[in-house]
Ligand binder design. Structure first.
Ligand code: DAH
Length: 369
């Protein structure tokens, strides 16, 4: 009896101090395995007198149950500890940067897009978006460019093919928009004046060299109200170029020009310094053309369903990619669309530097690139 009690204490102690599952299993085998202590004791029961056999047998059974319970309890403790240890070494920090790149980059065109929207947004302009595939009414006719108008030839238009069973008719076919100016008409069709929108987006022309790509980006601007004048146009665009180039002063001049959809029409030049290696905006004796603009032609207002005797307004169109090249010193437009990650790493922007008029357009605390 005493033997059994001390055996029990010792075994329970062993179980409770087993350091891992393997050690625990060894203890189990040594106690309850084929040749285990308890098994041997049970085997020894056979030689005992009946009464003693019954009594000792009971005790041994109780002991067995106690051991099993202790073993299970310890097993659970050890398994939990092992799992926790494993989990601790296998944690994945999902906030760690991906490799090999430390972070993604914002494409210069997206950056300029954000900047332009921030500037005009603060002036109270809304952003309007329209389709890349355009009908000729919106892309040409409504903009005072009827079929055979010479200005159509200037635009190197991509015409879309008809379905196989239709004859191709250039005048009826859809185009991929050659400029964002069609958005002037789409806006007039859906909004009542006063109108103040910018329409940034993709545009397409069959052209390819260092400063032209078949797909490029423009932003269109349109303001229509009863008393909008050319003075508003000049003030608005002057504020825009100053904000965009982040300069307090910048020489500008409006040169008379021609666009079918504006009358009078002008081009805006900004003062710059051109050297063999550099182009510095904001000072110097040279001029650089940066956008086309003018007072919306009465025919265009009419085509958009607006009475030109009651309303007037101004419009402008800017090449976004060209602005990006100028502002960030990128020499070749074609590289914009080659999807080269090395280029993007060099010319791209941190996604965390969001452009805003209050927080900074291109440079939020010097962390731009
Ligand atoms: N649509 C013209 C182009 O692609 C740019 C332009 C010029 C837009 C004058 C205008 C404007 O709204 O008034 O070359």
């Amino acid at each position: 009896m005493e033997d059994l009690e001390s055996l029990k204490t010792q075994i329970i102690n062993n179980i409770n101090s087993a350091l891992d599952i393997k050690a625990l299993e060894e203890i189990r085998v040594s106690v309850m395995g084929k040749k285990g202590i308890l098994t041997e004791q049970m085997k020894g029961l056979g030689v005992l007198p009946l009464e003693q056999k019954i009594e000792t047998g009971k005790k041994l059974n109780v002991l067995k149950a106690e051991f099993e319970q202790a073993l299970n309890a310890r097993k659970e403790v050890l398994e939990t500890a092992e799992l926790n240890k494993k989990l601790a070494t296998e944690t994945i920090d999902v906030t760690l940067p991906v490799r090999p790149e430390t972070q993604g980059r914002i494409h210069p065109v997206s950056k300029i897009y954000e900047e332009v929207v921030a500037i005009f947004g603060q002036m109270g302009f809304e952003v309007a978006e329209g389709p890349d595939i355009e009908d000729q009414f919106h892309n040409f006719n409504a903009l005072n460019m009827p079929p055979n108008h010479p200005a159509r030839q200037m635009q190197d238009t991509f015409y879309l093919p008809h379905s196989a069973n239709e004859d191709f008719d250039m005048d009826k076919s859809y185009v991929i928009r050659t400029h964002t100016s069609g958005m002037q008409i789409r806006t007039m069709e859906t909004k009542k004046p006063p109108i103040r929108i910018i329409a940034p987006g993709r545009t397409y022309r069959s052209d390819y060299d260092a400063t032209h790509t078949p797909m490029f980006h423009q932003v269109e601007g349109l303001v229509i109200d009863k008393t909008t004048t050319m003075a508003h146009l000049k003030g608005c665009l002057y504020d825009f170029v100053k904000a965009f180039f982040e300069l307090d002063e910048i020489p500008v001049r409006y040169r008379p020009s021609y666009f079918p959809f504006t009358e009078p029409s002008a081009e805006l030049d900004i003062g710059c310094l051109k050297t063999k290696t550099e182009l510095k905006v904001g000072a110097g004796n040279d001029w650089l053309e940066i956008l086309g603009c003018g007072m919306v032609h009465p025919n265009v207002l009419k085509a958009g369903g607006i009475d030109p005797d009651e309303y007037q307004g101004f419009a402008f169109g800017v090449g976004l990619d060209r602005l990006a090249m100028l502002k960030y010193g990128i020499p070749d437009l074609r590289t914009f669309f080659e999807s080269d990650v090395r280029w993007l790493k060099n010319y791209g922007f941190s996604p965390l530097d969001f452009s805003s008029m209050t927080g900074g357009l291109s440079n939020n605390g010097g962390q731009t690139r």
